[in-house]
Design a protein around this ligand. Sequence first.
Ligand code: ANZ
Length: 982
Amino acid sequence: MNTGSQYLHNPLLSQPPYQPLPIPFFAQGQRPFLPRKLTPGSTVKNEFLGIHFYGAKRRGNACGRARIRSRVGGELAEVQGQEQKQEPLVKRAYPFHEIEPKWQEYWEKNKTFRTPDEIDTSRPKFYVLDMFPYPSGAGLHVGHPLGYTATDILARFKRMQGFNVLHPMGWDAFGLPAEQYAIETGTHPKITTLRNINRFRIQLKSLGFSYDWDREISTVEPEYYKWTQWIFLQLFKRGLAYQAEVPVNWCPALGTVLANEEVIDGVSERGGHPVIRKPMRQWMLKITEYADRLLEDLDDLEWPESVKEMQRNWIGRSEGAELKFRVVDGDKMERNLELTVFTTRPDTIFGVTYLVVAPEHPLLSAFVSEAQRGDVEEYKDIASKKSDLERTELQKEKTGVFSGSFAVNPANGEAIPIWVADYVLGSYGTGAIMAVPAHDTRDHEFALKYDIPIHWVVTPDGESSPDSKVAYSGEGIIINSSDSMSGLDINGLLSGEAASRVTEWAEKTSNGKKKVNYKLRDWLFARQRYWGEPIPIIFFDETGESVPLSETDLPLLLPELDDFTPTGTGEPPLSKAEAWVQTMDQSSGKIGRRETSTMPQWAGSCWYYLRFMDPKNSKELVSKEKEMYWGPVDVYVGGAEHAVLHLLYARFWHKVLYDIGIVSTKEPFKCVINQGIILGEVQYTAYKDADGNYVSAEAADSLGEYTQEVVTDEKVTKSGEFFVLKDNPNVRLTARAYKMSKSRGNVVNPDDVVFEYGADSLRLYEMFMGPFRDSKTWSTSGIEGVHRFLARTWRLLIGSPSPSGTFKGGTVATNVEPSLEQLRALHKCIAKVTEEIEVTRFNTGISAMMEFINAAYKWEKLPVSVAEAFVLLLAPYSPHMAEELWSRLGHSHSLAYEAFPKANPDYLKESTITLPVQINGKTRGTIQVEEGCSEEDAFRLASKDEKLSKYLDGKSIKKRIFVPGKILNVILDRQNVKVGAQ
Ligand code: ANZ
């Protein structure tokens, strides 16, 4: 999915970040790898891989600390030509560079993670999905593996629990960047897209994700977009896709229309070009018809409350009334025109002192007076350049012009002026409002500015007099609201009651009706762009008809084109493919023109989760049977930026597909999880006064003039809550993490991390950084920490390396019965890891594994059964190492489908007892032991006990008498007695 973010482009990386090496990993002599610590600015040329890697550039103030390097094009240029340094030999803590490619190859060759077409459907299913990526030229960034590792852990865990797992990956590959690149370079978007996809795939494979690659799909492939077009036809047939003349966001620089969400503060999200409003004939999808269902069905979803709330606000349901006002001219003569307003406060009808229409209101030109026409036209022109957001911002000063006409309030017959103001939007409600300055903040501000009367009709308690400086927008008791002519009297009623009374009255007297409005607009579904799905519609100019293509004619292929530049007139680039545009309608034999706009990028991502269930089906979008089994997606993980648009559009299409019997569930995604953002490494800033002396951060503001300097983290230490200079602890610094960006030079490239620490470390680190849903900062020392943990795990099972640096082939685990202590430690770990995976609290699951390894280091022997269980626990997190250890423990098959260990509650009881210890029958002390502790364990504890050890150290023991849970009596040999018993 395209988040619009710009990340690094690394044209150099055209192959996996590393390959299996035909040399022992501790080989002396020339080392083809990077040193772990780099001197800033150093250059390392890697002849072996034919790839250049460069050290972090020291930016005037940049961190000198060894960072994971970013290989920014600009940096490359800067460091090229610098002297090549001889790298010291670095030992790897464990041979990840050998085992990771080995297991990736194994999985690929054995199709370990393939979910077969025919499966045993009596078993439970688990469909876990990532928001599929937009394959940008920049390749993966470290944010991607965060979500992907989480879903991979879930997929691997559920497989081991006996679920049929669907864990697919694909590409959301239509979109603007490939087309922009085509415009700039002439490279066909298909070529760029394929190149990017290949790179993404290689990168993802290097991280050991257990995707079923046989199900890979790409939205740009005709076999896929045939079904996107098919869905469009179904929408069209049901009247849910229609054309309308709508004011659109027209971006002259991009030569295209943009959706509201692609326009930020009046400029295009991409490129920051100015955007204006312009009416155009466009394809629209009637999402508004589904507004109520989209709202109601939110309640049962296991989604973040914040996302559900954003969707509710986006849909924005408002209950109120539409009321009609007759238009009269300056002489109060009837104009035979009516303006309908939408209000959520019919109770304030007696407080209306003017009406406002939006500048784009369709009736405006019909009632504007000749005297005011010029001003109104000028005002309309200015307003057309503003975005809706700008127009409705509360803080913005209100502007408007008088239309020269008046309207009659149906409640009291008063003639009130009609104004034109851009704080009223043409696209909401009826595009006209009854303004009540006493009770609406915006109207109040407007009335004060243009000297319009203010009539108070609501009081909080029925008596207190209003503060004329502010509007009272709350509900309350109605005052000053009756009229004998209209027969309406709502004085003394509460606002809610009064609103109902006014609405009933309006309905009875044909002055209006009850109305529910939505903020949600129909979805503008056409783009004047080349790189998108063609819309399968033919136009006939003579009749003005639009005819859908027959389903059998799908896919309607996107024609090849050499010139991708937008025409600039709003005519899409596809209009240049004349032979394609001119076509014959198969059913009528008539010649027509094809639609030349394409679908927006959102289209392909609206239903891809369905295709993964049955990706090769050429007859149906998805077979009924497969959809019934796999649907809905159990867990869907992706960025919070997709809270409304993608997730709302996909829900809309899903509901349409439900209505036409293609899917069996009302909702597509049962549970949605948003992963947090990864910010760049914390940067420390020191402050200096005008003379260049360091000053404490909190004092800098009062200086008037100061300079800032980024301080490398070796020079920083913590003092209490503050970060200070190591050399001068009185100087406090500020510490801040920034969003990773090329310009800040704090982007971390996952390829570099994999190269330096291995994929298992990257996976584990990203899960260990902090709670999965929270934002967190990257830290090089953090990744070193988890890497050390993996190395410790490796050494615990394999033993220490030989002096030459090689590790033995098998493991040091022995076939002994585990002790109670060992079982306790293991089962505690199993329970915690299982529990935490289930609630996606991966970081605390990892802590439990770390605790286990610390405990296990104290054991003399490592029982095979304990080692095996632990390896299975580790498998979802760091699968390469786990597979390798599993195989070294004597297994010939992958552990991917081994049963995930189950915690035995008997070992989870935390009961310890105080056991008296006697030496030669005399109680000399006590020890704390676990209930059911063995004689061996009790004796070991006694020997380590400070008090007891002096009786036992170096003594030969005749016998031990042990009554479990009651006593340990150690009988020493006779020759010891004198010395031992004082
Ligand atoms: C009179 C009134 C009196 C209003 C009062 C509010 C307070 P929501 O809740 O967002 O639906 N409105 C209606 N159409 C509008 C448009 N196209 N552009 C800008 N504002 C518009 O808000 C509905 C209220 O927003 C409506 O109720 C209307 O102002 C205004 F004491 O009518 B009200």
